[in-house]
Design a protein around this ligand. Sequence first.
Ligand code: IMP
Length: 183
Amino acid sequence: MDANDVSGELASLHYTGAEVQARVKEIAAQIDADYEGRRLLLVGVLSGAVMIMADLSRAMKSHCEMDWMAISSYGAGTQSSGVVRILKDLNTNIEGRDVLVVEDIIDTGLTLAYLIQNLQSRKPASLEIMTMFRKPEALSSSVKVRYVGFDLPNEFVVGYGLDYAGRYRNLTDVGTLAPHVYS
Ligand code: IMP
């Protein structure tokens, strides 16, 4: 679905599907160059990163492997709970591996800070982060992000993997959810 299909449910549109895809291609090219000759493992954070993982990996020209983690985040609300739990761990032993964590969005960075600390303790050869979207608060987080798709305002956004109560992940465009949808 695109923004036209849910126009009454969005307060504003930030990026079209075409803009997202163009940016994903740019980042894929950068990753290809940065990891040339290395054996890259992409770690996607479920469920939001499904769309970016699928598009980013297919836009890359070099081989990569993929694995997934699931950690708790907002649930059905629109505020970060700060409570992080591993719901599904990796199948891969990442010791000595070049790991790139693929995220949908970084808001407070709380989720990611926990995840990075956890992964770092497994002694990867390198550990970097790619996020498709970043909110302003993320800039004050201690976590260093290597690749960023787009910056977003401090609003609750949906689309391209980002959900509200499990919906809108399949929206190809990215926009701010209208308050009447969740109030
Ligand atoms: P953080 O711990 O505050 O950085 O939250 C990160 C997680 O919260 C993301 O992986 C998303 O699942 C979710 N999240 C943060 N902001 C939004 C949003 O605007 N829309 C949908 N999900 C969001």
